[in-house]
Design a protein around this ligand. Structure first.
Ligand SMILES: [Fe+2]
Ligand SMILES: [Fe+2]
Length: 481
């Protein structure tokens, strides 16, 4: 799994929850649901879970590699707490259970249902996760989701933190596939796999925290067949990165990413021919397109899943992301409504990706630095200026894919930004002073000539790649030696 954060351990409440849950499960094996002894343990576990849900929004307990993880952070136990953890890990394994997730709407009755359903699975008879799922469904415990060991192992197969570019690529590709599935499910009117979506968002949050530049490189590639899916993932990545700079906590980052991934879900209710239309929209087509925020909010609300905080956020982000900061966007509302901060972040990420892709709202893609300039001109009206500053801190003064003319006369494309030194990105020089194609040379402008042995170079100006007939996607798709 992509989340090894050994330096960060789960909060102490995680160990308390494991202890209370193991006692609860043992009590449910011995007593009936109305027994006074059981009710005492149930109340205690319920209070701990409620506290954890208040802090985290949702709680996932995962058993993996002989350890327990609480919302993807390893739980460190006081010595006397390890027996409960051992019990829980052994019993989960027996049932083929890799993780259990309690969403924010999980109440005492659903927790009790889980404890009794867990015990009702006859592992000696070979019963396992399917039986547990059936029992939870029958008990109406919709806020308790269980995942099999194989599912969590699949997530573990994702590259470990630290191997930068390939880890980012795997996470990004997986996110594209999940978005494609979600869109297809929603279009067909089938239930959407939110567990998958949440897992993929957690993976993207991990990668943003680990090496956001590697992800930004992928968002800038723009050579995906299905732009709609890439757009959702890109908006998710940029939004989470802005959220990190805003100081949001991990649980909030996951909610922000989840909402961003679904911000355009309403488009599944519009004709595909319209979504994929290569030419400009006429007035009536625009009118149809402008229905997608309302359709999106309605779609999410109709998905028959517990109305937890993540879903509530997603609904408001789908509804508000085109509203504009001054309320002059769409949908037109009778009563003024200020965009929620998550929607304002999403609106910025959405515009930046849409403007630089040239697929939806402009037919001609703008160079990334030009897109930022246009957005800055529109700040106050369309965007939250303070958040726009954070977006610039995320994508850089010269975002990835910007073509630059250097004082040496060479041309280069921005490959990565140095987050601590945004004026000096990492470039790939691709043309010499005569405009001839040169062997690609990687240059980190934040390093001095003495450090690199390369001649000193400085940025002179940004160049419009389209005016020069350059395809920045193709430039980025090549890797320097
Ligand atoms: Fe949209
Ligand atoms: Fe969008």
């Amino acid at each position: 799994m992509v989340i090894e954060q050994d330096s960060a351990a789960a909060a102490p409440i995680a160990a308390q929850l494991v202890h209370d849950l193991h006692v609860l499960i043992k009590a449910a094996a011995v007593y009936g649901p109305n027994n006074a002894g059981y009710l005492q343990h149930s109340a205690r576990a319920g209070a701990t879970l409620r506290k954890a849900l208040e802090d985290e929004g949702s709680v996932q307990l995962e058993s993996r590699d002989e350890q327990l993880f609480f919302n993807r952070l390893r739980i460190r136990f006081p010595t006397e707490g390890t027996a409960g953890a051992r019990f829980l890990m052994d019993e989960m394994k027996r049932r083929g259970l890799g993780a259990v997730e309690f969403s924010s709407t999980c109440d005492q009755a659903q927790l009790d249902a889980f404890a009794f359903a867990f015990n009702a699975v006859q592992t000696r008879k070979g019963e396992g996760l399917d039986k547990l799922r059936g029992l939870l469904r029958a008990a109406g415990a919709a806020a308790v989701a269980v995942q099999k060991i194989a599912e969590t192992e699949e997530a573990q197969a994702a590259p470990a933190a630290g191997d930068g570019a390939s880890a980012a690529k795997k996470t990004f590709t997986r996110a594209l596939c999940v978005v494609e599935d979600i869109m297809a499910q929603a279009r067909a009117g089938q239930p959407v796999d939110f567990v998958q979506a949440k897992r993929v968002v957690h993976g993207l949050v991990d990668r943003v925290l680990e090496d956001e530049q590697a992800l930004f490189e992928l968002t800038a590639l723009r050579d995906y067949d299905e732009y709609t899916y890439a757009h959702c993932v890109n908006v998710c990545v940029y939004s989470v990165a802005v959220g990190v700079r805003l100081g949001l906590e991990r649980a909030q980052l996951a909610e922000l990413g989840f909402g961003a991934l679904f911000h355009d879900i309403g488009k599944v209710k519009l004709p595909l021919a319209l979504i994929n239309k290569p030419d400009e929209f006429d007035d009536s087509e625009w009118e149809t397109m402008r229905r997608h925020p309302v359709l999106g909010a309605r779609e999410l609300l109709g998905m028959r899943r517990p109305y937890d905080r993540a879903l509530a956020r997603a609904v408001s982000m789908a509804f508000e992301h085109h509203l504009k900061a001054d309320g002059s966007g769409y949908p037109r509302l009778r009563q003024a409504r200020r965009q929620d901060v998550f929607s304002r972040i999403c609106a910025l990420a959405d515009s930046f990706d849409a403007l630089t892709s040239g697929r939806v709202y402009t037919r001609k893609p703008l160079a990334p630095d030009e897109a930022l300039r246009r957005m800055a001109e529109d700040a106050d009206v369309a965007y939250d200026p303070a958040l726009l500053v954070l977006l610039i801190a995320v994508v850089g003064v010269f975002p990835i894919g910007t073509v630059l003319a250097l004082d040496t006369g060479e041309l280069a494309v921005v490959r990565r930004n140095n987050p601590g030194d945004l004026l000096h990105p990492v470039l790939e020089v691709f043309a010499d002073a005569n405009g001839e194609r040169a062997a690609v040379e990687a240059v980190d402008l934040s390093l001095s000539g003495a450090q690199t042995g390369q001649p000193p170079r400085e940025i002179q100006r940004a160049v419009d790649p389209h005016a020069c007939g350059l395809d920045t996607g193709a430039l980025l798709a090549r890797r320097s030696p």
